[in-house]
Structures are given as structure tokens and as C-alpha cells.
Design a protein around this ligand. Structure first.
Ligand SMILES: *Cc1c(COP(=O)(O)O)cnc(C)c1O
Length: 391
């Protein structure tokens, strides 16, 4: 049998192309030549998981009762810890029974949500630039992503008034993410209130991704979408322990909000996965219920790096804004370049890896994403190397 790649389903062929192949190749080549690369493209914390969380896992894993299949929706004690954390942090009362669902990382839940809500050809409103999972999850459910451009002039928030009324009426789902990856933009309550009204008027389910709610600076505290009046009727919020507690490898997240929507997602999950290892959930309880000074430390580490990078990029003449949240800096590409060729140039001539904005969608063109997941010394070194490039 000759497969020739022709065995793939249309939905796989419909996935957007992978744009980083050229950069990956160049990076591999440089590493082979033992060239010292500074990789500022990685959206993954470099700091370890807090010790008390690791200890909780070690204790839990010694108990054989954690070794069997967990419950699909998550341990009641984990869901209670989530509800308690939401109450303390956002003053939102959640019923751990049906308004909290444990996820194998929030990516898993976001990717599966369209399977519960989208029929073939249904529209999902997807921001651009964005975390790719919103668009890809829609395509994998045979849905049609409709792009909401995130423009600098609108503070990288979608302009809801510019969405065609017919599209809005037909749309089933809307994805949002503030604090935002990759633009580092934040949303205020006024915007979230507009979203609730828009969603109620058009019968749209809102999926808000709040992965970076705890990665904030300068006294800014990010809101929860669910704090808005009426939000619980139209939406769910996805959250994760990945960024708050440096736990990306552990695969632990959760969805909260409207019970009916969560039940749909739960139904998909019951049939495709078997939940999160109980010992990992117990470590998650330790993270959510334990001392929160680890999150404060995390913020201080990124803030220092942010300040160093912003100051450095400004000395190079780059027009960057100081983000109030996330561990990204979204910087305009210097004139005369596009995001991909400038990223290649940076890697080739300076050994600095950044993510070209085009990788997050067409409206990401013209920007570069720097991740603050490397120590200050490396960030300084990266800026120094960029200075020698005389861009
Ligand atoms: C990192 C990140 C997540 C978290 O993913 P997990 O699967 O929970 O590790 C979700 N959304 C965005 C936008 C992210 O950048």
C-alpha cells in the first residue's frame, strides 16, 4: 500500500501550516556548531515547581490508592480547592460539584471544548494573533474559525462592533484570552461587560482563557471573566497551574463556570481520557491551598527580566510597551523586515531566538514575541548581541 500522506482526514489537511520549520532547522544547525544560542522563544517557565508542591506529590505517590484510575471530573477535594481559590482570588462562588472540571492542562480542555459545542460548519470567533489551540480545536471539530483581528489601536482587543451581524448571529462560540499571549495585552471590566452583552444578544458561548491571571506586575491584578454580571450564563473560564506554579510539565488545569457547558465538555472527556493522576491532583491542592508567596516570587523574577529587556530594546530604538502581565514582550519588527525574516536574521547573526508574530496568525505579522523565561544575564547578553547587529 502506498500511503503518500493521503490517508489523513480532511481536518488534518485543513490545519494551518507549521511556520517555524525554518527557524527550528537554523536553531538545530547553530546548536550543532556549538554556537551559544539564547532562546527567548519559549513560553515555558524556567523556574522549578515550588518545593512544597513537589513534596506533596512525593507523599501522594507513596499511597497506592492514588495509583488507580482517577474519577473523570477530578477529585472532589481538588475541585473544592479550585472553588476555594476562586472565591479567595476573585470573590466568585463556584459549586465544586458541577461548576469545576479538572483538566489535563488547560490546552486539553480548550482543544476539546469545540467537540462538545460545534457542529460541522458552525462558526467560532477566534482572535488573531492568538494561542493556536482556539483555531485548531475549532478545525478539528469541523467548525469554521472566523478571525477577530487584535489590533494595536484597539489595545489588542477585538472590536465587537466590527463583527458582521450575520456572522455574530451564526457564531456558536467565542475564544478570548486576557492577559493575552502573545500580545501581553490586558482587558478591563468594561470590555468583558461588552463581551457578556454581545454573547447574550447573539447566543454565543464565551470561552475565556485566563492562564496568565497571576503573572502580573506593577500592582495590576487581572480580573476573571466570570466576575461580570451574566458571565456565568454565557461562559466558561479556563485556568491552569502551569504558569502560576511553574507546573507546565505536570499537566493540570481546570475549567470553571456554566455547569451545562462544562457538562458537555465533561461528556467529551469521559469518552477520550480518564482524568488526571490523583497524586498530581493532590500536588495541585497543595499549590492552590498552600502559601502563595511562590507566586509573588515568580512575579518578581519576571518583572526584573521585563524591566531589563524593555530598557534594552528601547536603547536599540525599538518602540516597545511595558507589559502589565504575562511573561511576554510583543515588539514591533524594525522597518524593512517582516517577522519571519527578522527572526531568522536575529538567530543567524546574533544567536538570539524569538518567535515571529506571523506564527500566531496573519495579524501577528509585524511583531516579534520575546519570552522572559531566561535569566537576566542572558537577556542582557541578547540585547548586547542585537546592538552589535546595528539594526
Ligand atoms: C501556557 C498557556 C496555557 C496553559 O496551557 P496548559 O495546557 O495548562 O499547560 C493556556 N493558554 C495560553 C494562552 C497559554 O499561553
Amino acid at each position: 500500500m502506498m500511503l503518500d500522506g493521503k490517508m489523513y482526514a480532511d481536518r488534518i489537511n485543513a490545519l494551518p501550516p507549521y511556520l517555524f520549520a525554518a527557524i527550528d532547522e537554523l536553531k538545530a544547525e547553530k546548536l550543532k556548531q556549538a554556537i551559544n544560542i539564547i532562546d527567548l522563544s519559549i513560553g515555558d517557565p524556567d523556574q522549578p515547581t515550588p518545593e512544597h508542591v513537589v513534596e506533596a506529590l512525593c507523599d501522594a505517590v507513596q499511597d497506592p490508592s492514588t495509583h488507580q484510575y482517577p474519577s473523570y471530573e477530578g477529585m472532589p477535594s481538588f475541585r473544592e480547592a479550585v472553588a476555594r481559590w476562586y472565591d479567595k482570588r476573585f470573590d466568585i462562588k463556584l459549586d465544586p460539584e458541577d461548576e469545576v472540571l479538572t483538566l489535563i492542562g488547560s490546552k486539553e480542555g480548550i482543544a476539546h471544548l469545540p467537540l462538545a459545542l460545534i457542529n460541522r460548519g458552525n462558526i467560532a470567533l477566534v482572535p488573531d494573533p492568538a494561542y493556536p489551540v482556539y483555531k485548531i480545536g475549532t478545525i478539528l471539530a469541523d467548525g469554521v474559525p472566523h478571525i477577530m483581528p487584535l489590533l494595536a489601536e484597539n489595545g489588542f482587543k477585538p472590536n465587537l462592533d466590527s463583527i458582521d451581524a450575520k456572522i455574530a448571529k451564526k457564531a456558536k462560540l467565542m475564544f478570548l484570552n486576557y492577559p493575552n499571549n502573545p500580545t501581553a495585552a490586558i482587558a478591563d471590566e468594561k470590555f468583558f461587560k461588552e463581551v457578556v452583552d454581545f454573547a447574550s444578544d447573539n447566543d454565543i458561548i464565551v470561552c475565556h482563557d485566563n492562564a496568565y491571571s497571576e503573572v502580573t506586575y506593577d500592582g495590576y491584578r487581572a480580573p476573571s471573566f466570570l466576575q461580570m454580571k451574566g458571565a456565568m450564563e454565557v461562559g466558561v473560564e479556563f485556568h491552569s497551574l502551569s504558569k502560576t506554579y511553574n507546573m507546565t510539565g505536570w499537566r493540570l488545569g481546570f475549567a470553571v463556570g456554566n455547569a451545562e457547558i462544562l457538562a458537555g465538555l465533561g461528556k467529551v472527556k469521559t469518552n477520550v481520557d480518564s482524568g488526571v493522576f490523583r497524586a498530581v491532583q493532590m500536588a495541585g491542592i497543595a499549590a492552590l491551598k498552600g502559601p502563595q508567596d511562590c507566586a509573588e516570587k515568580m512575579r518578581a523574577v519576571y518583572r526584573e527580566r521585563r524591566d531589563v529587556l524593555i530598557a534594552g530594546l528601547k536603547t536599540l530604538g525599538m518602540a516597545v510597551e511595558q507589559p502589565k502581565a504575562t511573561f511576554y514582550v510583543w515588539a514591533p519588527v524594525p522597518h524593512g523586515h517582516d517577522s519571519l525574516d527578522f527572526s531568522k536574521l536575529l538567530l543567524d547573526k546574533a544567536g538570539v531566538v524569538v518567535t515571529p508574530g506571523i506564527g500566531f496568525g496573519d495579524y501577528g505579522e509585524g511583531y516579534l514575541r520575546f519570552a522572559l523565561t531566561k535569566p537576566v544575564e542572558q537577556i542582557k547578553e541578547a540585547v548586547g548581541r542585537m546592538r552589535e547587529l546595528e539594526i
